[in-house]
Design a protein around this ligand. Structure first.
Ligand code: GLU
Length: 475
């Protein structure tokens, strides 16, 4: 370790959606840089041309900005692109070759399999001392030590030993001269003066090779920290195919960035007291990578939802309303722009704020106010209008009572309670037919406040229509 200022990096490959695991790595790096007054370098590892797409790079930058990691903060540096460092990668290959630390090899895979008698055994060192010159089709291999161990001191996993005898002479440049990831990644970290490499555990197996490369290139390796894998409720590693892993999909569903950040920071780490809900600015003052647990971290979507609900409830009302806008805007919502009324929304917003866990849930809670007719759902209809709820009596009773009652929640409630009592129904059952008639749903915001906002005329029209439907429900 040196006294150089802390420089960490986040080095995603732009090969798809931005994974929640990547977001966690980025945040841990961000916290380390913030706490130490250091720098956070964003390096896009874009050398796999066949799998990279520019829009994925944009997606990474956007996703990072959403969780608060952007060039607006002085600790941010980059983005740098791995592809623009190819001259340095090639130069490093040249240095290693010139120093005898790497050699050219023209063996085909078939030849190696034939010689070793196995598909799985690594390279047998056949070309080590053949003195091959560089040439078309010749790969460059790093000469690994034959004995002893390479020790990786990992801040999270402790001391990890890799017997050198198990490490083949690995390829650092292909037959066409193009450098491999394992080398490019090291050279970039050296170029960018990275002092701590904090990344996913899947890279631990590369680390002894990379540490040997650092030393062979005459530099002191960085401090390593490999973060535990993130698993689902079946303890399986989160996977793109099986699990919801794209940060973007959480954003689209209406998770607040603050809640997401808070939850991601707890995947493998905790602030050490009983508090779990804590703003990032506070977390980064106490975050230490050494305190990250090496056991796999469970991504508990239910807990994340609960966090999000808490964050939503803690918003100022105006802020809550503003954050709902993207879902209420006619471009996303099921109603016409001209039917949306911000004042009507503001009237029910406090009721919704305490009930929803993700912002997208705002739409089914308020759509009855802005659609001409409530949504039609056969299942909800059947449930609300079941015999035990005396639907005809309740709707007809409500229709009569609601023509003249004061249009105010408490009076609406009392009136319906009385109708229910006349048919031996408690309010819970008594209000179900009215709720389905008016909102189309069996659950939602408190009914009587909802009716108050909807207004007498629209309520009565819907109740009448529902009575007609009792004989012939729409299909
Ligand atoms: N580009 C690698 C990845 O996305 C990261 C390598 C590293 O962090 O060293 O998995």
């Amino acid at each position: 370790m040196t006294d150089a200022p802390t420089r960490v990096r986040f080095a995603p490959s732009p090969t798809g959606m931005f994974h929640v695991g990547g977001a966690r790595s980025a945040l841990f790096n961000w916290a380390v840089a913030g706490r130490d007054g250091g720098r956070f370098v964003l390096r896009v590892e874009d050398t796999d041309a066949a799998r990279n797409r520019p829009e994925w790079t944009d997606g990474i930058v956007r996703a990072l900005a959403w969780i608060g990691i952007s060039a607006e903060d002085p600790r941010f540096e980059g983005p740098y692109f791995q592809s623009s460092y190819e001259p340095q990668h090639r130069a490093a290959c040249g240095t290693l070759y010139a120093a005898g630390r790497a050699y050219y090899c023209d063996c085909t895979r078939e030849q190696v399999i034939e010689r070793t008698g196995s598909q799985h055994q690594g390279y047998d060192g056949f070309c080590r001392d053949r003195g091959l010159e560089p040439g078309e089709g010749r790969a460059l291999r790093f000469r690994t030590p034959d004995s002893g161990v390479t020790v990786v001191e990992d801040l999270i996993r402790g001391r990890v030993e890799f017997p050198n005898a198990n490490m083949e002479d690995f390829v650092i440049a292909r037959g066409d001269g193009s450098p491999l990831f394992v080398l490019a990644n090291v050279v970039d970290d050296m170029e960018m003066r990275i002092t701590e490499v904090i990344r996913g555990e899947e890279h631990l197996s590369n680390t002894p090779k990379q540490q040997l490369l650092w030393s062979a290139l005459g530099a002191e390796p960085p401090v390593w920290a490999h973060l535990p894998v993130i698993v689902n409720e079946k303890r399986q590693k989160l996977s793109k195919r099986r699990d919801k892993v794209a940060l973007e999909s959480y954003q689209e569903e209406g998770y607040l960035a603050e809640a997401m950040v808070n939850y991601l920071m707890l995947l493998g780490w905790g602030p050490g007291d009983d508090r779990e809900i804590m703003p990032f600015a506070e977390m980064e003052t106490v975050f230490r990578i050494e305190d990250v647990n090496s056991a796999s971290a469970f991504f508990d979507e239910k807990k994340l939802r609960a966090f999000n609900g808490e964050y939503i409830r803690a918003l100022e009302l105006d802020d809550f309303i503003a954050r709902c806008h993207p879902w209420l805007d006619a471009s996303a919502a099921p109603w016409a722009a001209s039917d949306y009324d911000p004042e009507v929304f503001a009237a029910v917003a406090p009721l919704a704020q305490t009930r929803i866990a993700v912002l997208s849930e705002i739409v089914p809670n308020v759509d009855f106010l802005f659609l001409d007719e409530p949504v039609w759902d056969a299942g909800s209809w059947a449930k609300g209008m079941k015999e035990g709820n005396a639907p005809r009596q309740m709707l007809e009773g409500a229709l009569a009572a609601y023509q003249k009652v004061d249009w105010e929640a408490e009076a609406l409630k009392t009136a319906l309670e009385e109708v229910g009592a006349a048919h031996g129904l408690k309010l819970g059952k008594a209000q179900a037919p009215v709720r389905v008639a008016v909102t189309g749903r069996t659950v939602g915001l408190p009914l009587f406040e909802s009716l108050e906002v909807l207004g007498r005329e629209r309520t009565l029209t819907r109740v009448r229509k529902a009575i007609d439907h009792l004989d012939a429900p729409p299909v």
